[in-house]
Design a protein around this ligand. Sequence first.
Ligand SMILES: [Fe+2]
Length: 209
Amino acid sequence: MIPIVDAASGWQLALVVPITSRFMRETVKKLWPEIDWIENADLREQVTQTWIKALERSPLEAEDLAQIPFTLLVQNCPITFMEHKRCVVHIARESAKAMQVFMGRALPIDIDAVIAGAILADVGKLLEYELGPDRKSRQSERGEALRHPFTGVALALECGVPDSVCHIIAAHAAEGDLVKRTTEALIVHHADFMAFLPFKNPKNIKVKY
Ligand SMILES: [Fe+2]
């Protein structure tokens, strides 16, 4: 094999690329231990690749996600992007399991799709948000044109995520109110709003540090 050498640095790119992708994979694994809950190996890989692609294209760094508020719609929002997102995945999975136990004989639920959809629902925010000069997050010009349900679906389709999971990304927010949501999409939609709406009433918030 002829090594591919970068003319400027002299580095062998064939060696550099796997190290970079291993680093990105590790980064996503640290952000999202819940990816391991997905039983289907192909779906697990597609979800990982979607997050890698989003991080590669985002003006935000992975560390920013543990700092920035999860929404711009709540003033002084005390909960970070990752706290909110992981909470939604946990709520969605527990809800899906409870529904399966009590109503599973009439209402089949694809738990893998619920977990994958919840993990990917806000992946598009990595293309919707940017940091301003004050290091605070704000909506980018692209984000104004295409909110995260749209960019999230675009990223996920590129990575081979199945339509049933892209449907959850597309329909998780208010844009999805015109869509006939699947059971899995309804679960993620309500989990997302359960972890959002309480913050809309300032009386609910009592921050303990
Ligand atoms: Fe969202």
